[in-house]
Design a protein around this ligand. Structure first.
Ligand code: ATP
Ligand code: MG
Length: 393
């Protein structure tokens, strides 16, 4: 049986002098993911290859599942790794590998040898031919097909020899921790967890902020956001979730400002507070789950109005996605079922029947002047009373 994994990565291979930083981050992240399961894996790197080698029994599906959450991995290859004890030993091992891994040997194949070590007595072409011949002898039902083989038997001659033929797709992307940090505005909906996932996929560390409005929003709504953060953290690694009590601010806006502007003004205060925490956590950007045209607060004009209060960049990874496209990702990453639980979020409770869809920034600014008396104090209090929950530690 194959005993370990060869981990393939793509994009990080092209990062020039920073390459080792990316490889080291990937090694670390894969190691952390595997530490959560049995097998006591050692993850190591060796010239363009990363290996995960178990030190004891492990569950194959569990290991693949763990690695399939590590961004930067494009292929997970169960591998038989052997020492170089001559060509006859290699041939015997390849035949054993095929016998162990393919119950039905009615397939076409080709051997693809790669010699990273030029002192091996046969060159790659010769290895392909010799091993091909041995395989045909051992398994007469097989056939060679060099153009469209069912099975490609990879044989890599390095310090050790790697034999593998199955490549399970990884999540791709860049290793988390190689691209700075961003603060995700995480609500209980479908879109923001997907936006967080997509940004983490580019190597960005994620922290999050959730605006909670008790008693208008329940503990269950908060728990739902915690659960979503846990699901995103399976990919992104630990998330520091800031739970902000937004009730007083929301009520004050409701009392002082025109109701059709409520959502926009509320969103502007969310952005301001989120930016405060972003700066405090040394995050370089905010992330939201906004998508053009989805609701009144996501028209181009509304987006401009909420954007205006931020000084750091605001990333909106799903801005041009259709709802169904976002749902597809939510289903793939496992957040969808949680997101559709019916607990109200703080926006829905105060939504006006006819919210402005083309807010004029000057009008909005003018409305906000009606908050002058107490708003600074309320924002400060919301910041001072934040509850921080460490997710996925
Ligand atoms: P989602 O599905 O992400 O909840 P949505 O379609 O419900 O999005 P809105 O409610 O307009 O859209 O929110 C737009 C974005 O604003 C969200 O994607 C999220 O980033 C942020 N947001 C909204 N409500 C909250 C909240 N209570 N706490 C934190 N962020 C929020
Ligand atoms: Mg929402």
């Amino acid at each position: 049986m194959e005993s370990s994994f060869l981990i393939k990565y793509a994009e990080i291979g092209v990062k020039g002098r920073n390459r080792y930083l990316f490889e080291d981050a990937l090694v670390q992240n894969a190691q952390k993911a595997l530490n959560r399961i049995d097998g006591n894996f050692h993850v190591t790197k060796e010239y363009g290859r990363i290996y995960a080698t178990p030190q004891e029994d492990y569950d194959f599906d569990e290991a693949v599942e763990a690695l399939s959450h590590v961004f930067g991995i494009v292929g997970i290859c169960p591998m038989l790794q052997i020492e170089d004890e001559g060509f006859e030993d290699l041939a015997a091992n390849v035949i054993r590998y095929i016998g162990d891994n393919y119950m039905d040997q009615n397939f076409t194949f080709k051997v693809m040898a790669k010699r990273a070590r030029k002192n091996y007595p046969l060159n790659s072409m010769e290895i392909n031919q010799e091993l091909g011949g041995r395989i045909l002898e051992a398994f007469p039902q097989t056939k060679v097909d060099v153009r469209h083989p069912d099975v490609v038997i990879h044989v890599e001659i390095r310090n050790h020899i790697n034999i593998y033929s199955k490549i399970i797709a990884g999540p791709a992307g860049m290793p988390v921790g190689t691209a700075g940090k961003a603060m995700l505005l995480l609500s209980g909906g479908i879109d923001s967890p997907v936006a967080g996932y997509m940004t983490a996929k580019r190597g960005v560390v994620i922290d999050a902020v959730y605006f909670h409005a008790p008693p208008h929003t329940s503990e269950r709504a908060k728990q739902k956001v915690i659960d979503l953060a846990k699901q995103v953290a399976q990919y992104s690694g630990p998330i520091k979730l800031h739970v902000v009590n937004f009730t007083d601010i929301q009520m004050y806006i409701y009392d002082q400002c025109p109701h059709d502007e409520l959502t926009i003004i509320m969103r502007r205060y969310m952005m301001r507070i989120a930016e405060h925490f972003a700066v405090a956590e040394k995050a370089n950007a905010l992330i939201t789950g906004e998508s053009i045209g989805q609701v009144a607060s996501q028209t181009m004009q509304s987006l401009a109005a909420t954007n205006e209060v931020c000084t750091i960049p605001v990333f909106r990874p799903v801005i041009a996605f259709d709802k169904q496209e976002i749902i597809d990702i939510a289903q793939k990453i496992g957040t969808y079922e949680t997101s559709i639980l019916p607990y109200e979020d703080c926006c829905t409770i105060f939504v006006a029947k006819h919210p402005v869809t083309k807010p004029n920034i000057n009008v909005i600014r003018n409305s906000e002047t009606k908050l002058a008396e107490k708003i600074d104090e309320m924002v400060q209090k919301a910041i001072d009373t934040v509850e921080i929950i460490e997710i996925g530690q």
